[in-house]
Design a protein around this ligand. Structure first.
Ligand code: HEM
Length: 408
């Protein structure tokens, strides 16, 4: 049960929505359930309920919701929609900004995340993976998340942000704690821990900023702190924090969700064992089939129309990309994980338009190499007991994923 003080805190955080969330009526509504239920929830039947109401429907909060691929795609790309002013956590930088502020920051950091720049991380990613898998116990169950899927993106993003080795463990702890906010604030104690974490992360970043001001290198943090005013001083920590969280909380789930989809469809796993060069395709279909980010939302900034549906300025629409990825109008037999699907890349898992995931190339590279390594090293990999899902329904993935890797 939630204490009165905690409820007050949550109300302040979520505004009027919090009062509505506790009403029994809303618990029965598919959209409200999506936002309320713990991560153990299977969202896909709820998406189908939403789909059966029409291409766009109203939520009990008065918002719009859609799982329609064409409408999601158009809304995300439209200039008549932006990210809302009332974003819950202002510290998430680019994601909370509209042009021109968004454009100013995004232009500065985009070159550091291009396919070409990111390609330079290939040897580093391979080395990290080799180091991780050498500790995998043979025959005994192990947790794929904590042993492989989580430490890889953590190591890569720490590298990218220039975190000194001495701070790496502490940084990983704080990053994981901070990222837990994406699953929703669980209690007052959780909120207090987050505040302390935020403070400590800001201190760690301040130390790195200092170093990069004195001795700039060719990295993204040097560009941020020596940008001649393009990045305002108060924007530096939030921008780096976003890069950190985005790097920590998503790729781990892409690796986990794709391995789960493959092991649950043994014919697909065997196909990959025989042709590990299909790993990138398997990841692309993993993105479509069970997206690590399940939804986002946009605010209409003008009266407009999308696919014949009128919107008024100020209307808010939830674009449920996890549902759009299973739109039968775009994907044949959408609930099937199919390595050979020829249009898996039409998924919306990296969103679209100006907020299209900055880290998409990095996520694809890390997850592709990880999956190829896993399938090559452990062709007999098998599920080993019940999995525990992460709390919250925005980010979809596993907290613990027990598997076994018998010698072949
Ligand atoms: C934005 C998904 C990995 C950095 C986004 C958005 C989505 C997304 C859906 C846009 C949200 C919206 O439109 O409202 C994912 C998925 C990933 C992943 C599924 C992995 C599987 C990464 C990585 C990084 C990253 C590794 C890099 C450090 C970012 C940033 C933004 C973003 C900075 C904000 C872009 C902007 O607003 O201009 N991501 N992401 N992401 N992502 Fe990713």
């Amino acid at each position: 049960p939630i204490k009165k003080q905690e409820l007050q805190f949550i109300k302040e955080l979520y505004g009027t929505k919090a009062r509505l969330l506790w009403s029994g009526y809303l618990r029965r509504d598919p959209v409200a359930r999506l936002q309320l239920e713990p991560g153990r929830l299977d969202p896909y039947p709820l998406y189908e309920q939403i789909r059966s109401r029409g291409r766009v429907s109203r939520t009990p909060f008065g918002h719009f919701v859609t799982v329609d691929h064409e409408i999601c795609n158009e809304v995300l790309r439209s200039r008549d929609f932006g990210v809302g002013e009332d974003a819950r956590d202002k510290s998430l930088s680019l994601l909370d900004l509209n042009p021109p502020d968004h454009t100013r920051l995004r232009r500065l950091v985009a070159p550091d995340f291009s396919v070409r720049t990111i390609g330079r991380y290939t040897p580093r990613i391979e080395a990290v993976l080799q180091n991780l898998i050498k500790d995998v116990p043979r025959d005994d169950p192990f947790d794929l998340v904590s042993v492989v899927a989580a430490p890889l993106p953590i190591a890569v993003i720490a590298d990218l942000l220039g975190i000194p080795d001495a701070d790496a463990d502490e940084f990983a702890r704080h990053g994981t704690e901070f990222g837990s906010a994406l699953g929703g604030i669980q209690s007052l104690a959780h909120a207090q821990r987050l505040a302390a974490t935020r403070k400590r992360l800001a201190e760690i970043f301040a130390g790195i900023f200092e170093l990069r001001r004195k001795e700039p290198t060719d990295d993204v943090v040097s560009r941020i702190v020596n940008s001649d005013g393009t990045v305002r001083p108060e924007e530096m920590v939030p921008l780096c924090t976003l890069l950190l969280i985005a790097g920590f909380e998503t790729t781990v789930n892409l690796i986990g969700n794709t391995v789960l989809a493959l092991l649950s469809n043994p014919d697909q796993w065997r196909m990959l064992v025989e042709q590990p060069e299909l790993a990138e395709r398997a990841i692309e279909e993993g993105l479509r089939y069970d997206s690590p980010v399940q939804r986002t939302g946009r605010l209409a900034t003008a009266d407009t129309e999308v696919a014949g549906v009128p919107f008024k300025q100020g209307d808010w629409i939830m674009t449920a990309i996890g549902g759009a990825n299973r739109d039968p109008a775009v994907f044949t037999d959408p609930a099937r994980y199919d390595l050979h699907r020829d249009n898996a890349e039409d998924h919306l898992s990296f969103s679209g338009g100006v907020h299209y995931c900055l880290g998409a190339a990095l996520a694809r590279l890390e997850a592709g190499i990880a999956l190829r390594t896993i399938v090559t090293e452990f062709p007999e990999l098998a599920l080993a007991g019940p999995r525990e899902r992460r709390p919250g329904s925005l980010i979809r993935g596993m907290q613990h994923f027990p598997v076994r890797a018998p010698r072949s």
